[in-house]
Design a protein around this ligand. Structure first.
Ligand code: GCV
Length: 835
């Protein structure tokens, strides 16, 4: 049997569950330069075990042992030790060791890293910075990088937060990685091991605060026992340089405190919050601040009392100011609207609510603004609010959790999408005004600023629900530190740290990841029409009709001949006029609006020609075919890495990508069918609604099965599926194979519902050739559905099946619970045909 050491030598890591993320410190070979450059001692300049500098020492020790098998001693407060890593703050070094030479002034949280052979200096401006420097050095070592470096690194902005949308009962809103690591049953959990592990990951990407509870906040977090729990959580995060923040429910003084009002200007309300804030800071003296969602999606707010949003923000700002806290006030404020009013437009809400309040906020208030004006869609223009506040601090809000982007069941590396916003030049006053320079405070000279990302890790060992989605968390931290960084370079650091240094592994995961957001956009919503998920239910699978005819304002205004939101000043909602002149002019005109945002800004015929020369409708059709085809390639590319990645992660990712290949086809067909049905315009390439290799389940011979009209219709091939007649008796669907004899891949499209685990068996002339169970709710990360729809529609494939014309193909479905073993169609795919 192979020993672990031998496997490590081969570069094949032992089975891994993802818990260590990119901090695996997987073993690398070490000879020559490596041997002579490995320090023998770690000197930390703080002996307090809960200090970030002490933690840095421990982490360095673990890293050196893990990567290079070297046992290194940690000592404290000794200055001149040869072959050593010395880690501490600049001040600690000066105090213990004397002058430091050649180190430039560092900004808050910044660090200095200096490596010369086996002598390494890591100095932070503060303890947090020293810890960041240690992680930076470890990241080099874990990537086999022994170059001599000497540089300072400073953050782009002071606010580098993450938000968790965790509920007190342990569920997580839009969380796809299992239940909360913080809460259970209305309380903070007792065992905080996972919290410490999360802290370590976050510190390594230089996150400095975490808001632990949902913005749709529950006031019971404020009860004394729970606040004690928050204190325990803060104690876990503190050694990693991370502060804790809390989301507040605006009505708490009334709903929880028993007052008759929650009017932000009422003296009793102010006193109530003052008292609560004192209780919080008594337990968490370094609490980062409050996060507030008010007057939004049913959450209470100051409008109840005709007070302004600044009245509300300032109430909290004044309370936390003496303690050094800040208030993150969310710009996600909007009302229900009426689609029959042509000028109604949710995208205008943030500017309408906040613009006139510019300058009215206390200086420790930061307006937290989602990157686009709607809600984390697959493509949006930059929020115009970034260009409308000059005397108010701002932070950009991003989503690591892939709420509208495949919920971690689809590979989507989101950082390139974020980059389209961060690098966008809003041309305020005709001057360069990149979003990244606005939110970091540089453009308008604000002291505060930065970013917050909704992360939503859970107790799953992969944290987010799937291994590959962790690139998004890693990239978020890197971009929060330096939004000018290159997203592919960030990705490649993550790949090397997560999967090792093999060139083929690096190239393959790079290619798949960089193709993934464009592909997802291609097979979901194109040309700025939004993602086209079901916005009334799970936000996962396709349902374009759900965007319209309701008050949520995510409209497409699609009818038989036209589509898109007219957001021009001349004929539409006037939204384009919220941008500075140059940008407003660009979006106002169809000619200068980029194709990828055409339908965000303009209402056009399906036959309108894009700059590309294609019509809108043909672009939809073509993109959906291209995107789904790219997704098929992810699986093939991943399979080429077999043997180069540990079995546990290889199989897990393979299973997810296999699922994605099928679901990308569900997306492709649903969107294409929907718009073909609406517009009646055929696909020039004759693919849409034309599937020569399919056999519809409803056209098979049925026994114990009956037909079922699927809703939305476009999520079933031919709009009809079959379900078993009874909930406890098997059904059979059989058919004669009409295709030429040969070898095919057999694809079966079925629906995997929450509420049961049906079993299907496939026979060829009574010989069983495959079987599966409808248990994806236990395996994949996305929100399951109780219906036959675009969320539950799933494809399974059996490869290389030899058939003869006239063979009998039979599927037996055994229902379970409320899942009636539904089937949509089978396809026999000759080599090279995707269907
Ligand atoms: C936490 C969207 C999401 C909600 C979320 C909200 C917000 O509407 O679907 O789940 O609520 O945004 O950001 O507040």
């Amino acid at each position: 049997m192979w020993s672990l050491g031998f496997l490590a030598f081969l570069g094949v890591a032992a089975a891994e569950d993802g818990l260590n993320g990119w901090l695996r410190y997987a073993s690398l070979p070490c000879s020559g330069q490596c041997r002579s450059n490995l320090p023998s001692t770690i000197v930390t300049l703080n002996t307090t075990k809960t200090s970030p500098v002490y933690v840095a020492g421990t982490e360095l020790k673990i890293g050196l042992k893990g990567v290079y098998g070297k046992n290194v001693q940690v000592t404290h407060n000794k200055c001149k030790v040869s072959s050593s890593i010395i880690v501490g703050t600049i001040d600690q070094y000066r105090r213990s060791c004397g002058a430091v030479n050649g180190v430039p002034d560092l900004e808050e949280d910044g660090f200095w890293l200096n490596t010369k052979g086996d002598n390494v200096q890591i100095f932070g401006q503060n303890e947090r910075g020293a810890l960041y420097g240690a992680f930076e050095y470890l990241s080099m070592l874990a990537q086999g990088n022994f170059s001599e470096v000497s540089y300072a690194s400073n953050p782009s902005a002071p606010i580098r937060w993450v938000n968790q949308w965790d509920n007190m009962d342990g569920s997580i809103e839009r969380g796809y990685g299992g239940p909360s690591i913080f809460f259970n049953n209305g309380q903070i959990v007792q065992d905080l091991t996972r919290v410490a592990e999360y802290a370590r990951l976050l510190a390594s990407i230089r996150i400095n605060a975490v808001v632990i509870n949902n913005v749709n906040a529950n006031a019971t977090l404020l009860d004394p026992t729970n606040l004690d729990g928050v204190g325990r959580v803060a104690d876990i995060f503190r050694p990693y340089g991370i502060q804790v923040g809390l989301s507040l429910n605006f009505a708490s003084p009334q709903t929880y405190g028993g007052l008759s009002t929650f009017d932000p200007l009422d003296a009793s309300v102010i006193e109530w919050w003052s008292n609560i804030t004192a209780q919080v800071y008594e337990r968490v003296p370094d609490m980062a601040g409050y996060l507030v969602k008010a007057d939004s999606e049913g959450q209470p707010g100051p409008q109840t009392y005709n007070r302004t949003l600044s009245d509300a923000a300032n109430l909290f700002a004044k309370e936390v100011k003496p303690y050094g806290g800040i208030v993150m006030y969310r710009a996600f404020v909007y009302n229900q609207l009426n689609e029959s009013i042509w000028t109604d437009d949710r995208a205008k809400a943030a500017v309408n609510f906040f613009k006139d309040l510019d300058g009215e906020f206390e200086d420790n208030v930061v307006i937290q603004i989602k990157f686009g004006p709607i809600d984390f869609q697959v493509r949006e223009p930059a929020s115009p609010l970034f260009a409308n506040l000059f005397n108010t601090s701002m932070a950009i809000e991003l989503q690591v959790t892939q709420e509208y982007l495949g919920q971690q069941s689809h590979l989507v590396y989101v950082a390139p999408l974020w980059k389209t916003i961060l690098d966008f030049d809003l041309r305020v006053d005709h001057q360069p005004s990149l979003v990244r320079d606005i939110v970091t405070g540089k453009r308008f000279n604000r002291k505060l600023g930065g970013s917050a990302a909704v992360v939503n890790v859970g107790t799953n060992t992969t944290w987010l629900g799937s291994h590959l989605s962790m690139s998004n968390l890693y990239a978020y931290g890197r971009l929060a530190w330096n939004p000018a960084d290159d997203t592919q370079e960030i990705l490649q650091d993550w790949i090397r740290l997560t999967f090792g240094l093999d060139r083929k592994v690096l190239d393959t995961i790079t290619r798949m990841s960089m193709e993934s957001w464009p592909a997802y956009e291609q097979y979901s919503g194109n040309l700025g029409i939004q993602t086209l998920t079901d916005i009334l239910y799970t936000h996962y699978g396709p349902n374009p009709a759900s965007q319209d005819n309701n008050g949520w304002g995510q409209w497409t205004r699609a009818d038989q001949t036209t589509i898109g939101m007219d957001r021009t000043v001349a004929n539409g909602t006037g939204y384009s006029g919220q941008y500075p002149d140059e940008i407003a002019a660009m979006y106002e005109s169809i000619e200068s609006t980029p194709d990828d945002l055409l339908l965000w800004f303009h209402h056009v015929n399906y036959t309108h020609r894009l700059h590309s020369g294609k019509t809108v409708i043909q672009h939809f059709y073509d993109s959906h075919y291209t995107g789904a085809e790219t997704a098929q390639g992810f699986l093939e590319q991943w399979e080429s890495l077999q043997g180069k990645i540990d079995t546990e992660r290889y199989n897990h990712v393979r299973h997810f990508l296999d699922y994605q290949t099928g679901h990308s086809i569900v997306w492709r067909d649903a969107i294409n069918n929907f718009y073909y049905n609406l517009s009646g315009i055929p696909d020039q390439a004759k693919r849409v609604n034309h599937h020569p290799w399919r056999i519809e389940a409803e056209s098979m011979k049925l026994d114990g099965y009956k037909t079922y009209n699927v809703s939305p219709f476009e999520t079933a091939s031919g709009s009809v599926a079959i379900v078993t007649i009874s909930n406890n008796t098997a059904g059979t669907a059989s058919t004669k194979i009409p295709f030429p004899s040969g070898t095919y891949d057999l694809a079966v499209n079925y629906y995997d519902l929450f509420g049961g685990q049906s079993q299907w068996k496939v026979y060829l002339n009574d010989r069983k050739i495959g079987q599966w169970t409808g248990n994806s709710e236990d395996i994949f990360s996305h929100t399951p559905s109780i219906y036959l729809d675009g969320h539950s529609a799933t494809r399974i494939k059996f490869r290389n099946v030899k058939v003869r014309r006239g063979d009998i193909l039979k599927i037996v479905g055994m229902p379970n619970g409320t899942e009636p073993a539904p089937l949509d169609y089978v396809a026999l795919l000759p080599a090279g045909i995707i269907d």
